[in-house]
Design a protein around this ligand. Sequence first.
Ligand code: ZN
Length: 234
Amino acid sequence: MGTSFSCRPAISKWKRLGRGIMDFCLPPRCILCQKELENSDDPLCPTCAARMPWTGENAVQNGMRFDRCLSAVYYTGDLRESFHRYKFNAHWHYSWIYGRWMWECLKNNDPDCLRFDCISWTPLSLPRYLKRGYDQSRRLALAVSRLSGLPLRSTLVKCKHTPAQSGTASADLRWANVSGAYRLKPGAAVKGKRILLMDDIITTGATLEEACRVLRDGGARELCCLTLARSAQL
Ligand SMILES: [Zn+2]
């Protein structure tokens, strides 16, 4: 994986003009340390680019109910604070940068990744969605869908309002919390499908295992997971 790259595709001169005005009013900042950037095409300052916690050759881990899970970065240091701004402080536009990192991770570790029939995600419960106003994993899935051309499909419903996993210390408690948390979305066509399931962070794997149990019971043929980050403790 490269150390940094543009978070924006080639753009027209009008869009470039609009972006110049935006940059004047709201100077672009490093997505990790928030230092003001000289080059708005790069989401990272040189210092953060040099010490990005890419997972590299440790991007892949196996699961019980999913075939494997790929993660672009380790959940550590400034990345953790950046993700908190994304998830809890309405920096929703980070999804386009995170999504590009995830897409690069997928391409690097799974050259045949366009075989997937669709991209899906582990959804928030309705109360949490209404409170937060956006579904952070869906936004990541949307970004990877746009970059890959793979269709985005809603396949799961979160039917149990669980405590935030990030605040749940015990691994046993995490597994207990997510048990029965998801069900198949009515009308979701998962039988025989190869599904790329996306989530923001994998820690114990409990959330993705439970979501994949539901999809597997629904007849999914292949389940590969893709997350932005993985716990550094795994
Ligand atoms: Zn920085």
